[in-house]
Design a protein around this ligand. Structure first.
Ligand code: FES
Ligand SMILES: [Fe+2]
Length: 448
């Protein structure tokens, strides 16, 4: 989904700045990327297949050198090619420690599975998420509301949410039509054919880079699952899903027949684990759409029921480098500093359709309500910063946020929660900012 981004060009005739399209995005560096924790540098199979000279890692790169077979750790890793890192090879992944001291981790490598299976742990191909910080994934797992609105799960309840210095653990009861939220029409169609899953999830985050996910219930095969994250470039995250299944997953005859047909190169349970790993990561694709254009706020406006989410955010900060200083929040412009800028032609703003713009550093949305009145609002949701022009929509003359489904009134900007039929309900503290506008010779001008 493209956002109309803009830069100024002066219109000399009327002393009003006209906006031209631009595609650059300013990524706020409110959260540091160089967290001090264990990361997946690269899965062994991916390394062995391509033997890359450099592996994108953090805002830089790392290199891997294969040791002789007799070495205890079969791979060495070097940050920026020459600074040796602490390496642990576990479940088919080369994990590295990043911190001030690259060879002496502040935190020991965690035990990921108490009783690992003897079968192979198979890792998906990576998915690269733009403008996504690894903490987005961690916050996401504790964000109960979003499962319903982003993933379209019928039920989600999070409980036993516990935070220790090294881990976050939680349990979640769910009812899911898996793939219902997918952008892929085939996967979405499958979600109507496949049975409803009633699953209990167990999550364990071992630092921001590694999550173990357990699922038990009707329709879920016994398996070990892990999501591992690699920050790369300035603001991207590489995501891998790893799954293993025990050999008892399929009847022995089926397993033996598969091995016979494939010449014994792989087990059926391992092939299935690979298929599942590559399928499961589809579920993140819908999150990615929101994360890509989301504003990372200095402070989210969380509901009282979301206190545990603030604890997750604070936990993430314990992995920051000690010398990290967040950039200060830009000051709001005073009326003297604001000016009238042309937003768009009046006729381009349509009833019930959100249009997105960027004017200088300000992102706004514009639409007409059912009485044909134009509204120009802040593009970012005051709750957790989702871009309202990306998958947001107009419902009952309110702007509906795509992240948690909250509705904001067109007239006063008040938030009415996700159930817009409850007319009296207003969520305190959540208010969508409006911008003054005027129409001059068919052009909408905004006071920014
Ligand atoms: S970010 Fe939560 S409702 Fe908009
Ligand atoms: Fe999500």
């Amino acid at each position: 989904m493209n956002i109309h981004q803009s830069q100024f060009a002066t219109n000399e005739n009327c002393n009003i700045k006209v906006i031209a399209n631009d595609t650059s995005l300013d990524y706020p560096k409110i959260r540091p990327q160089r967290l001090h924790t264990w990361f997946n540098l690269i899965p062994v199979d991916e390394y062995e297949k391509n033997r890359p000279k450099k592996i994108l890692f953090l805002d830089s790169f790392a290199t891997v050198v294969k040791q002789s077979n007799s070495e205890e750790v079969p791979y060495k890793a070097f940050f920026e090619g020459d600074k040796e890192m602490s390496v642990v090879v576990r479940h088919g992944i080369i994990f590295v420690w990043y911190g001030d001291d690259l060879t002496n981790p502040d935190r020991p490598f965690p035990t990921l599975f108490e009783n690992p299976y003897p079968t192979k742990y198979v890792t998906s191909v990576p998915t690269i998420f733009e403008n996504t910080h690894v903490m987005d994934f961690v916050e996401n797992g504790s964000d109960n509301l979003h499962f319903r609105h982003v993933h379209k799960w019928e039920h989600s309840k999070i409980y036993n949410h516990k935070i220790t210095p090294d881990t976050i653990t939680l349990e979640q009861d769910t009812r899911i039509h898996y793939g219902r939220c997918s952008f892929n029409p085939f996967i979405r169609a499958m979600s109507y054919i496949l049975p409803t899953l009633i699953l209990k999830h167990d999550y364990a985050y071992h630092g921001p880079g590694i999550a173990i996910v357990g699922a038990e219930g009707k329709g879920s095969p016994e398996s070990h699952s892990m999501v591992t994250l690699t920050p790369e470039g300035e603001n991207r995250t590489r995501v891998y899903v790893t799954i293993a299944m025990p050999e008892t997953t399929f009847p022995p005859l089926m397993e033996k027949t598969y091995q016979f047909v494939t010449g014994g190169t792989r087990k059926l349970c391992e092939w299935s684990a690979g298929v599942l790993a590559n399928y499961v990561k589809n579920e993140f694709d819908v999150d990615a759409v929101i994360w890509k254009d989301r504003k990372v706020m200095h402070q989210y406006n969380l509901l009282r029921s979301e206190k545990h989410l603030q604890n997750v955010i604070d936990w993430g900060k314990t992995f920051y480098p000690k010398d990290f200083i967040a950039p200060s929040q830009p000051e709001e412009k005073t009326d003297d500093e604001r000016e009238w800028l042309v937003l768009d032609s009046e006729r381009n703003i349509r009833q019930g359709k959100i249009k997105s713009y960027k004017i200088g550093t300000q992102s706004v949305i514009a639409y007409r309500d059912s009485k044909n009145i134009i509204h120009v609002k802040d593009a970012y949701c005051p709750h957790q910063g989702a871009h309202l022009g990306v998958e947001g929509r107009i419902e009952n003359d309110c702007v509906r946020c795509p992240f948690h489904g909250f509705h904001f009134n067109s007239d006063d900007g008040n938030c009415r929660g996700s159930n817009v039929d409850n007319e009296r309900k207003v969520l305190e503290g959540l208010h969508l900012k409006a911008f003054d506008y005027r129409v001059v010779k068919g052009k909408v001008e905004v006071f920014i």
